[in-house]
Design a protein around this ligand. Structure first.
Ligand code: SF4
Ligand code: SF4
Length: 388
C-alpha cells in the first residue's frame, strides 16, 4: 500500500481530530461514532494492524475506512508536520487496497457502479446533462472567456440544480463571459478518487478532458469546490491543464458591477467554509468577500471557521453513501447548532453538497423558524437590482 511507511510512526496523540484551539472534536467520523478507530490516528493503527495481518478486512473495518469525509482537518492539525502531505493519501490508499481486496460497504459499491455505468451518481442519461439550465437560455460554449462546469449534484440533484441556476444567473448579471457544454461532460470524479477508485477517477477525468479539448476550453468556473479541486489539482497530470476557478473566486471580483436594491433588511450571516475550497485549497476569502460586498449583511463567524471549520460530513462520497449517518452528533447537525449559537439567521454555503447536508440538518434540529441555509449567489441575488 502506498504511504504504508508512515502508519507505524503515528503515536495516537489525537491532535488531528481537534481544531487549532483543541476545544472541540473536528473529525466528522470520530464526532459521529466516538470510537477511537474512527479518528485519524485510530485509522492509522487499524490500517497497520490489517497490513500486519493482525485483523481481517471485514465489513466493519471497511465501513470505518470509507466513513472518512476527506475533510482535511487531520492534515491541517497533525502534530507531525511531515505527515501532513501524506496523511489523507494514506487513508485513500487504504481504501484503494480494500477495494482491490473486494471489501467495500454496499453503499460504496452501489455508488461506484453508478459512476462506472452512467458517469454520474444519479444513474441519469448523460445526454440530459444540460437539463438543469432549462429555460435560462445560456449560451453554448464557443469563444467565451469561461466554461461553467456543474458537478454531479449541480447537474442532477433538484436542490443542486437550483444552486447551479442561481450561480449562472448571477454570473450573467455580473457580465461574466461564460458558456456551457450541454452534453457529454460526466462527473468530475473527485469523490471517486477520494474513495480510492483511482482507475475509475482517471477514466472519468479523461472522458471530460477529451470533451474539454474538443471545445478548446482554457478557463473554467466550477460550481462545486469538489470539481474545483479535481480539475485544478488532479487533471493536469492526466493531460488536462486549465485555469480553474471556483465561482466565488470570479464573482468576488465582479461584485462592484452589481447594483443592489435599497432597503434590504440587515441580516446576520455566517459563512460555512467548504473543505475543498478552504482546507484543501486555502481559499477562505472569496465567499466572505462576496457577502461583505452586499449592503445590509453583517457577517458573523462561527466558533470553528476557516482552517478550523467543521465539515458538513458530505465529503469523501459520504454525500452519496451516508456512512456517517444523521445522528445527534453528526457534523451537519452540530454545524447548524453552531451557526444558531453564533446568532446567524442565514448559514451561507458555497457548495451544493453542503447546502443539501445542512438544510436537512436544520430541519432535523427544528431550527427552520430561525435559521435558513442559503447558497452565496442566492443571498446576493435576493438583494441585487436586476438589469435584464
Ligand atoms: S496528530 Fe498525527 S501523530 Fe498524532 S494521532 Fe494524529 S496522525 Fe497520529
Ligand atoms: S480527513 Fe477528516 S474525516 Fe477523515 S480522518 Fe481526517 S479529520 Fe477525520
Amino acid at each position: 500500500m502506498q504511504h504504508e511507511e508512515i502508519l507505524h510512526r503515528c503515536f495516537r496523540c489525537g491532535y488531528c481530530k481537534l481544531p487549532g484551539n483543541y476545544t472541540d472534536i473536528n473529525c466528522p467520523a470520530y464526532l459521529s461514532f466516538r470510537f477511537e478507530t474512527y479518528s485519524p490516528g485510530g485509522r492509522m493503527w487499524l490500517l497497520r494492524a490489517w497490513l500486519d495481518k493482525k485483523i481481517d478486512a471485514g465489513s466493519r473495518f471497511a465501513e470505518i475506512m470509507f466513513s472518512c469525509a476527506t475533510c482535511g482537518n487531520c492534515v491541517e492539525h497533525c502534530a507531525f508536520p511531515e505527515f501532513r502531505d501524506r496523511l489523507l493519501l494514506a487513508f485513500i490508499a487504504g481504501k484503494e487496497a480494500l477495494l482491490e481486496a473486494g471489501c467495500a460497504p454496499p453503499a460504496v459499491r452501489d455508488y461506484l457502479t453508478k459512476m462506472q455505468l452512467h458517469g454520474n451518481a444519479y444513474a441519469r442519461p448523460m445526454k440530459k446533462s444540460g437539463e438543469w439550465a432549462r429555460d435560462l437560455d445560456l449560451p453554448a460554449y464557443s469563444d467565451q472567456e469561461y466554461l461553467f462546469f456543474t458537478d454531479d449534484a449541480g447537474t442532477w440533484d433538484p436542490r443542486g440544480q437550483e444552486i447551479a441556476r442561481s450561480v449562472a444567473t448571477l454570473l450573467r448579471q455580473a457580465n461574466v463571459s461564460f458558456g456551457v457544454i450541454p452534453q457529454g461532460l460526466c462527473s468530475d470524479g473527485n469523490d471517486v478518487g477520494a474513495m480510492g477508485e483511482t482507475a475509475l477517477f482517471e477514466e472519468l477525468a479523461k472522458k471530460n478532458i477529451d470533451v474539454l479539448s474538443k471545445f478548446n476550453v482554457r478557463k473554467i468556473i466550477t460550481l462545486s469546490p469538489h470539481s474545483f479541486n479535481a480539475l485544478k489539482n488532479d487533471y493536469p497530470a492526466l493531460g488536462g491543464a486549465y485555469q480553474v476557478f471556483h465561482y466565488t473566486q470570479v464573482l468576488a471580483f465582479a461584485m462592484s458591477r452589481l447594483t443592489f436594491s435599497e432597503n434590504s433588511d440587515p441580516v446576520k450571516i455566517a459563512f460555512h467554509d467548504p473543505c475543498y475550497l478552504g482546507r484543501h485549497n486555502a481559499d477562505y476569502a472569496s465567499g466572505r468577500m462576496m457577502l461583505q460586498a452586499v449592503p445590509g449583511i453583517n457577517l458573523v463567524e462561527m466558533d470553528r471557521n476557516r482552517n478550523d471549520a467543521l465539515c458538513c460530513g458530505g465529503g469523501g462520497g459520504n454525500f452519496f453513501t451516508d456512512l456517517l449517518s444523521g445522528g445527534d452528533d453528526s457534523s451537519a447537525r452540530v454545524r447548524v447548532r453552531e451557526a444558531a449559537d453564533a446568532g446567524a439567521r442565514i448559514l451561507a454555503v458555497a457548495c451544493p453538497q453542503c447546502a443539501v447536508m445542512l438544510e436537512d440538518a436544520v430541519k432535523v434540529e427544528n431550527l427552520d423558524q430561525t435559521l435558513r441555509v442559503a447558497e452565496v449567489s442566492e443571498i446576493v441575488m435576493e438583494r441585487v437590482a436586476l438589469t435584464y
